[in-house]
Write a protein that binds this ligand. Structure first.
Ligand SMILES: Nc1nc2c(c(=O)[nH]1)N[C@H]1C(S)=C(S)[C@@H](COP(=O)(O)O)O[C@H]1N2
Ligand SMILES: [Mo]
Length: 417
């Protein structure tokens, strides 16, 4: 008789999410038949292993752990993106070496001894901070996602692109960011009464500049110096970056160089010509700051094909710029019925949250989806709803539900459902 947890909770074989907490759920492990003899021991058990090294690398058997779809604008090498291989990772932290990259003019080679953070404008005392000066301030640690507002833009194509999860959604990563609350530095400079915004600029050739409301700055902005316990990597802003939890990645200015306190937004090219959303009524929507509630099933997904019919683990990530993830629902029948996924224990605000479901695949074609709901009550929209009101060709801030088609041969591909 089937255990209660093996009973379907939604259509087409979706099982109780507690299934994987129990022993023997999948029943696919091989039975131990004969006693292992010394001769059966593999080579790595019979001779000493390799020595130490100054820096670790993944196992040579893990050949998928590299950034995907690296692309730069024609004629450039550094004005482009690389994407996190989401479907080959688990948990909620992105290893620094696999954090996605987005540079508008390459990675500057910054000597930290010569780099300064300058705070000026509507302040009482304009100040220039060296790395040494910054070492004297209290720091905070935040485990949070960073997502490019262009992430998942490929989902706007008229026909579903036959791409991997990384290629479609790999412009999101999460790290432990360590740094100084920007409010502490502004307390040092003093802020004039008419201060409403700041304009942050980077020390790269693109001089990326964004205006940020002062309320956000005082609330939770940090000058990040550390990523996953080590100094930021050059690709992610060494020696310092602005980090704005939950807000579009573009505003987390890397290689942070100047902060000008102002009374109105600067209307820089990076917030007007780019990173703005043209509506189908001709209006240009500026300053879409928090990233929308979103989720994607990372496994199964294109390239991670299923074998024979049976119980599988569905796993994915969910996140929202509006706070914590409250629920993730999964469907195995094209969205006709849904059941709550289990959330891993770390459910943090503005962070990736890992979800899991158990699914008995009957070997037939199926469409699997996930739908996230955040603590503010925002529900991840369908693709149709996410497209509504957009002008043709605009691709920022897409957070529609992702559907994966599982075919009877076990192959998985992107579909619009
Ligand atoms: N100075 C500077 N800051 C920048 C950028 C840049 O090109 N120059 N790219 C922005 C964009 S568009 C994004 S999505 C994030 C990407 O951060 P990452 O490369 O650490 O993932 O940095 C932002 N900050
Ligand atoms: Mo971005």
């Amino acid at each position: 008789m089937a255990d209660v947890d093996e009973m379907p909770v939604a259509g087409n074989g979706l099982l109780n999410r507690r299934l994987f907490l129990q022993a023997g759920a999948a029943g696919t492990a091989a039975l131990l038949t004969a006693q292992a003899s010394a001769q059966d021991q593999p080579i790595w058990m019979r001779a000493p292993g390799a020595g130490m090294s100054e820096s670790g690398t993944p196992s040579k058997y893990e050949s998928e752990l590299y950034r995907r779809a690296i692309a730069s604008q024609p004629g450039t090498t550094g004005a482009g993106v690389s994407r996190t291989p989401l479907e080959h990772l688990d948990g909620i932290i992105t290893p620094s070496r696999l954090h996605f990259e987005r540079h508008h003019s390459g990675i500057p080679d910054i000597d930290p001894d010569r780099h300064r953070l300058i705070i000026h404008g509507l302040v009482e005392r304009p100040l220039s901070f060296s790395m040494d000066a910054l070492a004297r301030y209290p720091t905070v640690s935040r485990i949070q996602f960073l997502e490019c507002s262009g992430n998942s833009g490929g989902m706007l194509a008229a026909e579903p692109a036959q791409s991997s999860c990384a290629e479609l959604h790999g412009l999101v990563s999460a790290s432990e960011w360590g740094g100084i609350p920007l409010s502490a530095l502004l307390a040092e400079t003093g802020v004039k009464a008419n201060a409403r915004w700041i304009v942050a600029s980077g020390a790269d050739a693109a001089k990326m500049s964004r205006s940020v409301p002062i309320d956000k700055i005082m609330d939770d902005a940090i000058v990040a110096l550390y990523q996953n316990g080590e100094p930021l990597r050059p690709s992610n802003g060494y020696p310092m970056r602005l980090f704005l939890p939950g807000w579009e990645g573009n505003m987390s200015v890397k290689w942070l160089h100047t902060i000008k306190v102002v009374d109105q937004p600067a209307m820089t090219k990076d917030e007007t010509a780019k990173y703005s959303d043209l509506q189908d009524n001709g209006e240009l929507q500026l300053f879409t700051f928090p990233m929308g509630v979103k989720s994607v099933i990372t496994s199964p997904s294109p390239g991670l094909n299923l074998g024979r019919a049976g119980v599988y683990r569905i796993s994915g990530i969910a996140w929202s710029g509006a706070g914590k993830i409250r629920r993730v629902e999964v469907s195995a029948d094209s969205g006709n019925s849904w059941a709550d996924a289990a959330l891993d224990e770390h459910v943090l605000p503005e962070c990736l949250t890992r979800f899991r479901s158990a699914w008995r695949w009957n070997g037939g074609p199926a469409v699997i989806l996930s739908r996230a709901i955040d603590e503010a009550g925002n529900v991840q929209p369908t693709r149709a709803a996410a497209l509504q009101g957009r002008a043709v060709g605009t691709f920022y801030h897409y957070n529609g539900i992702q559907a994966w088609q599982v075919n009877s041969d076990g192959k998985v591909n992107n579909v619009y459902a």
